[in-house]
Design a protein around this ligand. Sequence first.
Ligand SMILES: NC(=O)c1ccc[n+]([C@@H]2O[C@H](COP(=O)([O-])OP(=O)(O)OC[C@H]3O[C@@H](n4cnc5c(N)ncnc54)[C@H](OP(=O)(O)O)[C@@H]3O)[C@@H](O)[C@H]2O)c1
Length: 261
Amino acid sequence: MGRFDGKVVLVTGGNRNTGLALVEKFAREGARVFMCGMSEASTAKGAEMLSMRGVEGVVSQPCDISDAAQVAALFDTIEREAGRLDILVNNAANQGLGHGGPLEMDAAKFHEVFNTNVIGGFQVTQMACNRFFMKQETRGSVVFLSSNTAKRAIRHRTAYCASKGAINSMVRALALDLAPLGIRVNCCAPGYINTERWDVLDPAKAARRRLNCPLRKEASGMDIANVVAFLASDDSANMTGEIVTCDAGCSCQHMPEDVDV
Ligand SMILES: NC(=O)c1ccc[n+]([C@@H]2O[C@H](COP(=O)([O-])OP(=O)(O)OC[C@H]3O[C@@H](n4cnc5c(N)ncnc54)[C@H](OP(=O)(O)O)[C@@H]3O)[C@@H](O)[C@H]2O)c1
């Protein structure tokens, strides 16, 4: 028997990298999973990759989560195909890469990052609550993906770091308002995750990143999926408003070992 037997789960950005592991985790533990990428092509590619991993029965539909009409259309599909929703994983993110430093970055790019990471995550959560959780006897559970960069910034990623800080605050605010309604909202804040971007990373840089981690390794997508599944499940039934860091110990150290004094 699977931990998520009979449960219906939506994973945004479930079509690549960490999102694929999240979809796989919930599907392998018995859930009916819906996932979206932003475009038709990226969503179809994700569906194909899941099928190649032997993960069957996943419903995929492209959806730009910053567009309320597209979010509504995705929820129409969930309503028609499953008639309920139990778990929402807000994983989709605009990484805000290539914006340059804060003095030269284009404000429009800042808006793009916030439109997906903060406003997008909010409107998917709001729709999950209004269209499903509030109408169901067993309410629902929401898990956001934040980042350890919300607390410890990385260079040239002002919009991204700020958006992840906003997610942490939003998780606590949502948790407070939704707790009396029986809806839990928690968050996983990863550090380095091994994604396809690591495949093209200079090996010396990858080694230096690992040296930066007290546990000497980046997370796999499944390491993150394990934390998210715990926060989504009844195993964390008495937790809400929590930000659980999963970063190989990066956040607990002052300096990496090779620069320590
Ligand atoms: N990778 C890391 O080291 C790391 C570290 C800390 C935190 N995180 C967080 O962990 C999560 C997963 O990270 P990742 O690196 O696996 O992500 P990723 O490879 O950058 O993938 C992002 C996903 O979000 C989707 N997406 C972007 N904008 C969207 C929009 N407006 N509407 C719908 N979907 C959209 C993308 O869809 P398309 O494929 O269609 O573009 C893609 O599926 C993210 O929240 C990220 O911020 C990652």
